[in-house]
Design a protein. Structure first.
Length: 621
């Protein structure tokens, strides 16, 4: 072991990327979690503490939302009001203003935060056989997360340095960019290998080893079943993702997953420990939802009209999706009003609501309530002034909700697609999986909303009046709606199932399936949802009209992210093989030929001419 400790110490002393001067700083950093000096568990804890695929999901969102041009904007999860001609003037040219920071971090995570992994495994290999039994679990945990991170990078960059990406300690300093299908095949195989491995390693832990595992596993607290379920669920996601281009191989993986019995029966949740999430001022790891209020929070019309099916701007049990009141909050009038995708309409409504605000408050009150006023602890500002609905912050940004790892709803939707396309025998029909997904999703989002009731109660209690601000509305009850009965939930699920059954062909059924995925995943995993939209070209989204009714999004979706300039500078020879892919237009390998060049954006008048009560629609002309 001394050999690997010496290597580790030397590399950390010399490395400019380690951000610490020595081992003492790295593993006794006050921002890490425990005082135990056992080096292998502390190496894992440091990886997990820094690794960003969950902790910094919000960072990636924020960096890619802040200027209105990033991935969440492109898939219409955050619908910035369309009254900024400067913001959208070059929207059709992503090279002009793409916010690369968040994505470069996503790419770097494969290497920067796993760079000590080979050294960790070297330390373990150098132990005697009995001692080794207490440390193998850390290698399997780290490998599972590295697979997860690599898969995300392939989904946005296609070819990445994978097989040689962590071989710097072996003298491989210029790794090649590997074929993405070969990477995916390895990822799917290795998820199973490490799921089996961590289960076996867990069985071999000593009493001391188990205590350390429960202490240092900051993610699942030593619950090996959750690790196996997580690896299996992401393996299923990977198999379905490649199923349109490699159906035989995908079907075999899905069949193997189903025979193993390791898919979770419910939602997989991560920690609620705020010291780990480290976003105390903003809420959860989804920090952007508070920090980037206007860009991030206005509610998109597509999603609003999938939820508010009768389009009357109020929630009616039995007629509308039960998730409407837990995903959206009403505007100042108590109405569920999405933004319009028309600059002209948005401007007209904006001016009218501003007039109402001035009349109500006798000041220069504006529809724009100001930065951060849409946080859970300042919701009263929203209900005072805002003309548009927002994402419900009590469901999405409260301080103590658990990290969403994988929902049963998503698993059911993946299985629905497998059944629909005949990839494997799932044991149920595609329709039954769809209905199961709807029930699971409704239960999940009411659970998340319930966590919000314990957050900043002194601030939100002021909304618990029957005539708040003279509007005749109890906004507290609208922020925290009572959960419908199981019968109501099942009736809605049956309705969606019947819609799915009635759909005329596979593409029509995929539109319904992907709408359900959009509703369930929504802002929590924008990058994951982007991959699915690019793969399937569903659900269909609306184009928006800029100043002078100029249509945007005629050029289709952003297919991928260009490599960072450093790739061409520091890995010059290897980069030549993929230089022609460094653009926004080359599809990822898992997009089938039939979908390439297909634009998922369409013109739809219901997304432009929002029927805003009290405002004459003279601007339709």
């Amino acid at each position: 072991m001394k050999k690997y400790l010496l290597i580790l110490l030397t590399l950390l002393l010399l490395s400019s990327t380690a951000c610490q001067d020595n081992l003492q700083e790295l593993f006794d950093n006050p921002n890490t979690y425990f005082d135990d000096q056992d080096i292998v568990p502390r190496m894992w804890t440091q990886m997990m503490g820094d690794m960003a695929d969950f902790k910094n999901q919000g960072f990636s969102w924020y960096q890619n939302s802040v200027n209105g041009h990033g991935i969440p904007n492109r898939i219409h999860l955050n619908s910035t009001i369309r009254t900024s001609s400067t913001l959208y003037g070059n929207y059709d040219d992503p090279t002009a203003s793409w916010p690369t920071t968040g994505f470069q971090r996503l790419y770097d995570y494969n290497y920067q935060y796993f760079q000590e992994l080979p050294l960790m495994e070297g330390l373990i290999a150098d132990m005697d056989e009995e001692e080794k039994k207490d440390y193998l679990v850390y290698s399997h945990m780290a490998r599972i997360f590295r697979l997860y991170s690599a898969m995300k990078s392939v989904d946005f960059y296609n070819s990445i340095p994978y097989f040689d990406g962590l071989k710097g300690s072996e003298g491989v300093y210029f790794p090649q960019y590997d074929d993405p299908w070969e990477v995916y095949q390895d990822i799917m195989a290795k998820f199973k290998e490490h799921a089996d491995g961590i289960k076996s390693a867990d069985a071999g832990l000593s009493t001391k080893g188990r205590a350390l595992f429960e202490q240092y596993d900051v993610f699942f607290k030593g619950d090996v079943t959750k690790w196996v379920q997580f690896a299996t669920a992401v393996r299923l996601r990977a198999a379905v993702r490649v199923s349109d281009v490699h159906p035989t191989e995908a079907g075999a993986v899905i069949a193997d997953i189903l025979s193993g019995g390791n898919l979770p029966a419910g939602d997989i949740e991560g920690p609620r420990d705020e010291s780990w999430i480290n976003q105390a001022s903003a809420g959860t790891y989804k920090a952007n939802m508070a920090n980037n209020s206007r860009n991030a929070l206005w509610f998109p019309p597509e999603l609003m009209y999938w939820l508010d099916e009768d389009r009357d701007h109020v929630y009616t049990e039995g007629l509308d999706d039960p998730r409407l009141p837990v995903l959206a909050i009403p505007n100042r009038e108590g109405l569920y009003m999405p933004v319009s995708y028309s600059y002209e309409v948005s401007t007209a409504i904006d001016l009218k609501v501003s007039e109402w605000n001035i009349a109500d408050h006798g000041t220069d009150a504006s529809i724009h309530v100001g930065a951060n006023n849409e946080r859970h602890n300042q919701a009263d500002k929203h209900f005072d002034l805002d003309g548009w609905s927002h994402w419900n912050p009590f469901s999405t940004t409260n301080l103590i909700e658990p990290v969403r790892v994988f929902t049963r709803a998503e698993i059911e939707l993946l299985l629905a697609e497998a059944a629909l396309k005949g990839l494997a025998n799932t044991g149920s029909t595609a329709r039954q999986h769809i209905e199961n997904a709807v029930v699971s999703s409704i239960n999940y989002w009411y659970s998340m909303n319930n966590w919000g009731k314990t957050t900043n109660t002194s601030n939100i209690a002021t909304l618990d009046v029957d005539n708040y601000n003279g509007k005749g509305v109890n906004f507290y009850n609208m922020c925290f709606p009572g959960k419908p009965s199981d019968a109501v939930i099942q009736t809605w699920a049956t309705k969606i199932g019947q819609d799915f059954e009635n759909a005329v062909d596979t593409e029509a059924k995929m539109e319904i399936l992907m709408r359900q995925k959009y509703i369930d995943i929504n802002v929590i995993e924008a990058l994951e949802l982007s991959a699915e939209i690019r793969r399937t070209r569903h659900p269909i989204l609306g184009k928006f009209r800029d100043v002078g009714n100029v249509l945007r999004e005629d050029n289709g979706i952003v297919e991928r992210i260009p490599y960072d300039a450093d790739d061409g500078i520091f890995n010059t020879e290897q980069f030549k093989a993929v230089a022609d892919e460094s653009n926004f237009t080359s599809p990822i390998f898992w997009v089938p030929e039939s979908k390439r060049g297909t634009n998922p954006y369409v013109e739809n008048d219901i997304y432009y001419f929002v029927e805003y009560p009290g405002i004459p629609e003279t601007f339709k002309d």
